[in-house]
Every structure is written in structure tokens, then in C-alpha cells.
Design a protein around this ligand. Structure first.
Ligand code: MN
Ligand code: MN
Length: 290
């Protein structure tokens, strides 16, 4: 594990921690705009902007036992298979120690090993992906483990208990596949028109799971709020939609990741929003246990 500084208020040691943050600085398959390998540290830096006190939950982050173990050492910068193995090992260890893993990506392909490791421990688990993109390709630019294929792998290789929220982009083939295989996705327009309560009601009807794995591809959020992304897509969810989803889903989440921020396109606001959403996830999950 490398890393020079840590997420704000992650003052707990590993053994006492209920949540363990780690960075996965890998963007080897990123297609349009690389850069998410810089995101873990950009998010950590941004995390120092905020008060430790969280008004929403009347809780102080400095009282919550969470730990930042630094970055997973990605041994080969361009070898996605190796990166997936390295991440799966880390997540398996954190789950075995009965803690909640929180991954700072990195690109979205890294969610697959998190979900795989989680499924081994929580067989009934459902997966919720927030994303602009269907990510249902079987390969992209010759790479089967591309970020553009991650939902396809989750559904085919891990679990059909899957929904995605915020969708507004895919190929004709991806939309056809989603229809043919009855893959559940809630388009961004559906969220904007009907609100989060409506979506949560649908989601709970579909995913009758006590345990969820929650993956936030930041491009689910409109580029007006989160401009620094690998593949930005207009007409997205607002920051508040995603905040509400995180508040509601965190209490059931056994793992969380936040991926696809590309900090070199940022004036700071995307990393700030990412750091804030992680803090809200931790606060909500912890408050539900008290
Ligand atoms: Mn994605
Ligand atoms: Mn995406």
C-alpha cells in the first residue's frame, strides 16, 4: 500500500475501523479521457474542505471509526487483469475482517472485482450502479475488461440482481441486449420526472435484497455538477439526486465505490463533490447502526 496522505477524519486504525477506504489509481482501459488514476489523491485532498460535523445525521465524522489504507499497489500500469486481481484481494480482506470497503477509483472496470468479492460473502446481495452509460458491451477497443463492459460482467459473471440508475447513453446493441435480457435500468429522465422516492420504490420492488453493493460512476451526475469525468454525458442526475440515493442506500450497502473522476479536467468541484458524497455515505451508514 502506498499513499502519502489520507482521507480527512480517517483517524481510526485498521482493526477498529467499521469502514476502510482505499485508492485504486488505475485507468489503463479508459477510452475518451484518461486521468482517473489521479482521482484517489484528488478526492483525499478535497476531503479536507469539510466540517467534521454532519448536520443531516447529527454525527461527527471524527467520531466514526474509519480508516484509509492508502492505495492498492497496481503493479503493472497497463495490465487490467492484474489490477482486477489486486483490487479483489484487497476487498476480500476488508470484507473478511467484517468492514465495509470504500474504493476511490480509478476507472469503472475496477468495480467488478469489488462485486465479485462481495458476492462471496453476501450471497443474497444486489448491485446498484449509478451511471450515465449502460456499460453492457462485451468488449471495447479489443478489451473485454474495459470500463465500458463492467455491467455486462457483473450481470453475466456475478449476479442478475442488478439495477442501474441515471442511464442516458449506450449503443443500439446495448439497449437491445438490455431489452432482450430484461435488464433493469432507470433512465436519468425517469429520475428527473418522477423523483427519488419513486425510483427507490421501484428499486425495492425489483431488488428484494438486504445487502447491496453500491457503485457510483460519477458520470451519472450531470457534467454541470461534475465536469471532470472520463466520459461526460449531458442531461444527467443532479448532485442532490445522488445525495438522496446515497443517504437511502448506504444503510444497506456492504460496499461502495466512486469511480471515473478525471482530475486534470477539474477546477476542484468534481473531486469536492466526490469527497462529500463519500462522507455522506459513511455518515448515513453509521447513523443507521446507532
Ligand atoms: Mn461506467
Ligand atoms: Mn459512465
Amino acid at each position: 500500500m502506498g499513499g502519502k496522505f489520507f482521507f480527512a477524519d480517517a483517524d481510526s486504525n485498521y482493526s477498529d475501523a467499521a469502514f476502510v477506504i482505499f485508492g485504486a489509481p488505475f485507468d489503463g482501459t479508459s477510452s475518451f479521457r484518461k486521468g482517473s488514476h489521479q482521482a484517489p489523491d484528488a478526492i483525499r485532498k478535497a476531503s479536507y474542505n469539510f466540517e467534521t460535523y454532519n448536520f443531516n445525521f447529527d454525527i461527527d465524522l471524527s467520531d466514526i471509526p474509519f480508516h484509509d489504507m492508502g492505495d492498492v499497489e497496481i503493479k503493472e500500469k497497463h495490465n487490467v487483469e492484474q489490477a482486477l486481481i489486486d483490487v479483489e484481494k484487497t476487498v476480500s480482506t476488508i470484507l473478511k475482517d467484517s468492514k465495509i470497503p470504500i474504493m476511490l477509483g480509478g476507472e469503472h472496470s475496477l468495480t467488478l472485482p469489488c462485486v465479485k468479492a462481495s458476492k462471496k460473502k453476501f450471497d443474497d446481495m444486489g448491485v446498484v450502479v449509478l451511471d450515465a452509460h449502460l456499460d453492457l458491451r462485451d468488449e471495447y477497443e479489443g478489451e473485454v475488461n474495459s470500463h465500458a463492459c463492467v455491467s455486462r460482467h457483473i450481470i453475466e459473471d456475478v449476479t442478475g440482481r442488478y439495477v442501474s440508475i441515471g442511464i442516458r447513453s449506450g449503443t443500439k446493441d446495448e439497449y437491445s441486449l438490455a431489452k432482450a435480457q430484461d435488464i433493469t435500468y432507470y433512465p436519468a429522465d425517469l429520475v428527473v420526472e418522477n423523483g427519488i422516492a419513486f425510483i427507490l420504490n421501484k428499486l425495492n420492488g425489483k431488488l428484494d435484497a438486504r445487502h447491496l453493493y453500491l457503485s457510483l460512476d460519477m458520470d451519472a451526475i450531470d457534467p454541470a455538477f461534475a465536469p471532470a469525468l472520463g466520459t461526460p454525458e449531458p442531461f444527467g442526475l443532479t448532485d442532490r439526486h445522488v445525495l438522496s440515493l446515497i443517504h437511502e442506500l448506504a444503510p444497506r450497502s456492504i460496499g461502495f465505490d466512486l469511480v471515473e473522476i478525471a482530475p486534470q479536467f477539474d477546477s476542484g468541484n468534481t473531486a469536492l463533490l466526490g469527497a462529500k458524497l463519500i462522507r455522506e455515505f459513511i455518515a448515513s451508514a453509521w447513523a443507521s447502526r446507532q
